[in-house]
Design a protein around this ligand. Structure first.
Ligand code: MN
Length: 319
């Protein structure tokens, strides 16, 4: 299924590899896996891997993304990996390339590149890249195997997801045959999961079992909001909740709106009560009006407008 893409690779001196922004293990694994495969099998070609910061997955490919000028795209082939939509692709300069190709395992929603291999039966894009190497009879260097295996692990939830098929494991088996240090990969992957541990401990502390043995819902309050704001591991956190069997909703506002409404109401009460008292006195008691006019040198109308603006201003400023 990769004949057309292989032909394009053979026909171009420069190949530039793109993947989706905010990359996960599969995006970087397929990008660097393919980079090392191409470098090992086509030593005369220039191969670049471009895109935004690899974040926690820096260990894949040593985090060494290439900084290239626009001119590098002249006459080049750009290959887009693990990207289901054009808007997700990191570095939109792939459009400058003479020819584009895409290899992806997301559900097809529209053509992006000139040549495409899209197969959503593959659990990871790394699985597709492994298939590409096998089908085209290309050598699979150990560093490529390591990158590809990492993507297979992360996109399959460490091979735990229901969708993991015999094919997933056969491809993983081919990768393992290249002699990679899986312990090192797992050690790197678990490094970024401190936030997840913290979250899980929060869930364990908060969860309650009802009389009927039903796990009660956790109220996602401030703690959840803080965790979500401070890290990118939303999928991991949801995964932890799902595994704990806890129903949940995610709100961006953390109930902030409710708090503001309460504050405004309080302000209104604080402002309206004294205002009403003063206005009532002004209305019914001429002595009071004269007294205030004497002290502040205000006439009643002036004073009334001042009090009114304060009464309206306080609740508005609290909103
Ligand atoms: Mn993927």
């Amino acid at each position: 299924m990769f004949e057309a893409i292989l032909r394009e690779i053979q026909n171009h001196g420069t190949v530039i590899l793109h993947r989706h922004s905010r990359p996960d293990g599969d995006a970087l694994g397929s990008q660097f896996g393919l980079k090392y495969i191409l470098q090992a099998n086509f030593p005369d070609k220039t191969v670049y891997a471009v895109g935004d910061d690899p974040g926690n997955y820096r260990f894949i490919g040593g985090g060494a993304l290439d900084e290239i000028p626009d001119s590098a795209y002249e006459g080049a082939l750009a290959i887009i990996l693990d990207s289901g939509a054009a808007s997700l692709i990191s570095d939109e300069r792939y459009r400058l390339a003479a020819k584009t190709a895409r290899i992806d395992h997301h559900i097809f929603t529209g053509k992006i590149a000139d040549e495409e291999v899209i197969d959503s039966t593959y659990e990871s894009c790394c699985g597709l890249i492994t298939e590409f190497a096998m089908e085209c009879g290309l050598a699979l260097p150990a560093e490529a195997a390591k990158a590809l295996y990492t993507g297979m692990i992360t996109d399959s939830g460490r091979f735990r997801f229901r969708e993991v098929s015999g094919e997933t494991m056969r491809l993983a088996g081919l990768i393992l045959d290249q002699g990679i240090d899986t312990e090192n990969i797992y050690a790197n992957l678990y490094l970024d999961e401190v936030e997840k541990l913290r979250f899980e401990s929060y869930v364990h502390r908060k969860m309650k079992i009802s009389e009927n043995g039903v796990l009660q819902a956790l109220q996602p309050g401030k703690t959840l909001g803080v965790l979500f704001r401070n890290n990118d591991s939303l999928p991991a956190l949801c995964d932890a909740l799902l595994r704990a069997g806890i129903p949940f909703t995610v709100s961006r506002k953390d109930g902030k709106l409710g708090k503001n409404v309460a504050k405004a109401l309080l302000g209104l009460v604080l402002a309206v009560v004294p205002t009403t008292v003063v206005l009532a006195l002004l209305w019914y008691d001429n002595d009071f009006t004269n007294l205030l006019s004497g002290i502040f040198n205000f006439n009643a109308l002036n004073l009334f407008s001042h009090i009114l603006s304060i009464a309206i201003g306080i609740p508005i400023s609290l909103l």
